[in-house]
Design a protein around this ligand. Structure first.
Ligand SMILES: O=C(O)CCC(=O)C(=O)O
Length: 275
């Protein structure tokens, strides 16, 4: 459920941290599914899971359409630890009727980040990207995109933690050092005055509006940081990268989950004849 404090902090800072969003068993099951996938490079596929990177490999490899990777990932679609909060902030309860589901996931992936990899700070309230707008009208949230980022490994100092600039979803000017962040050898919060690095235990999650200026510190430690990100928006959205849900996934999902993965079945499904 959404508390008054959730609403206050989300509006003030643009994010919430959900401690213990997943149990240790849920984390183990998700990690086991990932371990079962042979290593994918960008452009390679395993079933309906696609290897991908955001244009370069410095931010790590993504396994896109990760809700195809097994039941543990299907459970994340409407997980009770965040589902009602996300719906509230997207305003999905208002679009829910017999034709449309309450939300749509336009991208879901696991990200593997190795030593030396980071993602530069991007987004922020000064951008005019419709898809990720932060909006509240008459006490109702209407955010274009709300992300849930779940840690599958502990993320502490040196592990390449997510960096957020609290309140930047309402900023009118870019952070003056945002552009330097990607170029810096250490790429840390140091020098990005106002940014915080979010440290998470595995199973914790960060929920943030995509308008928030965000990125990650460079991973300095050995080993791999594993996170899963599901991006939720209104039910009339579309897939960010052109992937679509497989018929097998749609057939096995619960009706509630199917409505989020495919909010509307398009008509006609076959040629029609009307008198
Ligand atoms: O990888 C991270 O920690 C940040 C994720 C991010 O930049 C994004 O969701 O766009």
């Amino acid at each position: 459920m959404v508390s008054d404090l959730d609403i206050y902090l989300f509006d003030l800072r643009g994010y919430l941290v959900l401690d213990g969003a997943l149990t240790a068993t849920e984390v183990d099951e998700l990690n086991a599914c990932l371990d079962d996938i042979p290593k994918l490079n960008p452009g390679e596929w395993h079933g309906y899971v696609a290897g991908h990177s955001y244009g370069d490999v410095t931010s790590g490899v993504n396994y896109q359409q990760i809700y195809e990777a097994g039941e543990p990932f299907e459970k994340l679609i409407d997980h009770p630890s965040w589902y009602e909060k996300v719906k509230h902030f997207v305003g999905g309860q208002n679009s829910f009727d017999s034709h449309h589901g309450p939300l749509f996931i336009d991208e879901c992936f696991a990200n593997f980040r190795q030593p030396g990899e980071a993602i530069g700070i991007h987004s922020g309230g000064h951008h005019t990207v419709k898809r990720n707008q932060y909006r509240v009208r008459n006490g109702k949230f209407m955010c274009g995109q709300v992300n849930i980022l779940i840690a599958l490994t502990d993320i502490g100092p040196g592990d390449g933690g997510t960096m957020l600039i609290p309140g930047s979803h309402k900023q009118h000017f870019p952070h003056p050092h945002e552009g330097d962040h990607r170029m810096r050898e250490d790429a840390s919060v140091d020098g990005i005055v106002g940014a915080v690095e979010v440290h998470l235990k595995k199973g914790d999650a960060a929920l943030f509006v995509d308008t928030l200026a965000h990125g990650s510190a460079k991973r300095a430690n050995e080993g791999t940081r594993r996170v899963v990100i599901y991006r939720y928006g209104p039910s009339w959205g579309n897939f960010r990268h052109g992937y679509e849900a497989s018929p097998e996934l749609l057939a096995r999902l619960t009706p509630e989950r199917r409505r989020i993965v495919q909010p509307q079945r398009l008509l006609p499904r076959e040629p029609q004849v009307s008198r």
